[in-house]
Design a protein around this ligand. Structure first.
Ligand SMILES: Nc1ncnc2c1ncn2[C@@H]1O[C@H](COP(=O)(O)OP(=O)(O)O)[C@@H](O)[C@H]1O
Ligand SMILES: [Mg+2]
Length: 287
């Protein structure tokens, strides 16, 4: 891949802020976190666009489509993002396919650019050209990881005896290259945030070790480590209706059951996560 690849079209005044959810690991919570960030920002009044690069699973897009259907069926007015999907190219040669994907990625961004404040991009759990384009263009890159050394292995090599970080591994190297390409292309930088997803209350020792590794990583490879979402049913049970816990207040809870303590805790968790992203446009508004 040429090193000068940049994919965010130039010449757009006040271009939308770009948040990318990425991790080469499937099932780490990218799409779930993406949807919760999208709805949080919508609820604050921002106009949000989404680009789904996981055209095979399309989890984020399906989530949004479910929301649209649920609202129209129940006569509800809810804030909606504008969602786009960019599938992989079917062109034969690698060069042709990359040129095609780059063009379609840029087109998607351009389509949203005049209409939204923020674009949230959900990447597939594998290393694809489209995913690299998104990483290079990101203003904020959000990487959810599960509390597991299998997940951390993609970020860093870790000593099995001492748990010391020996150096960056696959995904961290990919992000490093994306940062270099970005710096060359427009002098921009990528704020990389790693957050733990599905944090449970059990296995305290493992949790402590994962936490220690993540804080060491943050010093070594220029990533901010923030706490993410806990393991909670409410983060997955509303998918079919396209809702999140942010919408529950308006709905009066789930199926008339009202808001539980766990929902309240989840709201706080999610609010803390979005705050920890330190999104500059949001800071300007929040003050
Ligand atoms: N914080 C959470 N609590 C409970 N379930 C979760 C949480 N985050 C993700 N999940 C579930 O884990 C699975 C994988 O999440 P998903 O967001 O699809 O990951 P990815 O997009 O990285 O592949 C899904 O079944 C999702 O509902
Ligand atoms: Mg996904």
């Amino acid at each position: 891949m040429p090193d000068s690849d940049i994919n965010r079209p130039e010449g757009i005044p006040d271009r939308p802020y770009l948040i990318v959810l990425g991790n080469e690991k499937g099932g780490s919570g990218k799409s779930t976190t993406a949807m919760h960030i999208v709805v949080s920002l919508l609820a604050e009044g921002y106009k949000v666009g989404t680009i789904d690069l996981d055209a095979r699973q399309k989890s984020l897009t399906r989530y949004i489509e479910n929301r649209r259907k649920y609202c129209s069926k129940n006569g509800l007015e809810m804030p909606m993002p504008r969602e786009l999907v960019v599938p992989k190219s079917e062109l034969r040669t690698a060069d042709e396919a990359e040129a095609d994907e780059k063009q379609r990625f840029e087109q998607a961004y351009l389509t949203l650019a005049g209409n939204v404040d923020v674009v949230v991009i959900d990447c597939p759990g594998s290393d694809t050209y489209l995913s690299r384009l998104a990483h290079t263009a990101a203003d904020t890159l959000v990487t959810p990881v599960n509390d597991s050394f299998v997940d951390l292995d993609l970020l860093a090599h870790i000593d099995p005896e001492t748990y010391a970080v020996q150096g960056p591994s696959l995904y961290a190297e990919m992000v490093w290259k994306a940062r270099q390409r970005r710096a060359v292309a427009d002098g921009g930088s990528i704020d990389w945030v790693v957050l733990r997803n599905r944090v449970g209350t059990l296995h305290a020792k493992n949790k402590e070790r994962v936490e220690a590794v993540l804080s060491e990583l943050s010093k070594r490879i220029g990533v901010r480590y923030v706490s993410g979402l806990g393991e909670r049913v409410v983060y997955r049970e509303l998918f079919l209706r396209g809702l999140t816990l942010i919408d529950l207040k308006q709905q009066g809870g789930i199926d008339g059951r009202g808001l539980s303590l766990s929902h309240v805790a989840a709201r706080q968790e999610l609010r803390a996560l979005v705050n920890a992203l330190n999104l500059p446009f949001r800071k300007a508004k929040v003050g």
